[in-house]
Design a protein around this ligand. Structure first.
Ligand code: SF4
Length: 91
């Protein structure tokens, strides 16, 4: 089973007005590059112009980008507010 199928099992309730992760306006691009490979949900996407786009919807709250990027690439990393975020389903 590939990861997209697996991810399809989970349900996301996206807090549209309140991103729980915010990328800095001038992020360290080497770190951003790393995040395109490290995020298990593939939410950091390399663009044709070399920039990296991030969409917090679909975040698995694994904390990988927090460890790798908070301070250098990210200005905020928090768990989503109660009832928002990923709800893991099994089976
Ligand atoms: Fe991706 Fe994990 Fe960061 Fe969420 S916490 S954006 S799933 S690396």
């Amino acid at each position: 089973v590939n990861v997209d199928v697996k991810l399809g099992i989970n349900k996301f309730n996206v807090d549209e007005d309140n991103p729980h992760i915010i990328v800095k306006s001038q992020p360290d691009m080497q770190v951003m590059e790393l995040l395109t490979k490290a995020c298990p949900a593939g939410l950091y996407k390399k663009q044709d112009d070399g920039s990296v786009r991030f969409d917090y919807a679909g975040c698995l709250e694994c904390g990988t980008c927090r460890i790798l990027g908070l301070g250098s690439a990210l200005e905020k990393w928090e768990y989503p507010r109660g009832t928002f975020g990923v709800e893991y389903r099994y089976g």
